[in-house]
Design a protein around this ligand. Structure first.
Ligand SMILES: CC(C)(COP(=O)(O)OP(=O)(O)OC[C@H]1O[C@@H](n2cnc3c(N)ncnc32)[C@H](O)[C@@H]1OP(=O)(O)O)[C@@H](O)C(=O)NCCC(=O)NCCS
Length: 188
């Protein structure tokens, strides 16, 4: 997820309700994002991940060489993510960033979003997904566990000093709710 920590200082805004949204989440692959969309997505990435968020130039490269997806809930951007194909294991895709905007969190949208990403990944011929997640990102870990992601490695200082990450892998053949090997967050 990605691979970035959950924001430490931003809380879900008061507009975030506990009710599931009324409209269906829709995934759009953005092939040639213009400067305005790139700036918007970079701002949302920073909102979600702070200094390790992707910049407009990173997103432009990913749209060209990988895939950038925007998750629409009605007319609103509910979240976004990016996929890259693993150079050494092309049958696996790497989910670089995966986030919901603050108002859409905690409402079950993440589960639907990940379902759509996995469907898209299968359409792209992938056998599974890899991602990294901060050890203290309990909500993301819970979501990934539910889908069958399992710990591949614990990588100290993955993003730099003190920025440890789990590398997780979900083999689609092992299915949703597959065997989970991830320990409870905070135990390492
Ligand atoms: C991570 C994220 C995509 C999850 O989506 P979401 O819709 O908010 O997820 P949910 O609220 O449905 O929670 C997912 C699961 O975590 C559980 N959960 C929620 N808060 C939790 C917490 N503090 N501790 C443990 N589990 C928690 C929920 O109960 C749910 O489990 P369940 O499906 O078994 O009931 C979203 O919160 C987000 O964008 N966060 C900020 C960016 C981020 O951290 N991205 C992931 C980077 S790897």
């Amino acid at each position: 997820m990605t691979d970035h920590p959950a924001p430490k200082s931003k809380e879900d805004p008061p507009c975030a309700g506990s009710q599931p949204p009324q409209t269906e989440l829709r995934l759009e692959r953005v092939r040639r994002p213009g400067p305005e969309l790139l700036a918007l997505l970079a701002a949302y990435d920073e909102e979600a991940f702070g200094v390790v968020g992707l910049r407009a130039c990173d997103l432009a490269v990913m749209a060209e060489a990988g895939a950038v997806f925007v998750a629409w809930q009605g007319e609103e951007v509910a979240g976004a993510c990016q996929l890259l194909r693993m150079l050494d294991e092309p049958e696996f895709l790497y989910l670089v960033g995966f986030y919901l905007r603050p108002g859409w969190r905690g409402r079950g949208v993440g589960r639907r979003f990940l379902e759509l990403v996995s469907q898209e990944s299968r359409r792209l011929g992938a056998q599974g997904l890899l991602l990294t997640v901060a050890p203290d990102n309990a909500r993301a870990l819970a979501l990934y566990r539910r889908f069958g992601f399992a710990e591949e490695r614990f990588v100290p200082d993955f993003y730099g000093p003190g920025e440890d990450r789990y590398l997780l892998r979900w083999r689609f053949e092992e299915g949703v709710d597959g065997q989970c090997m991830i320990e409870d967050p905070g135990r390492r």
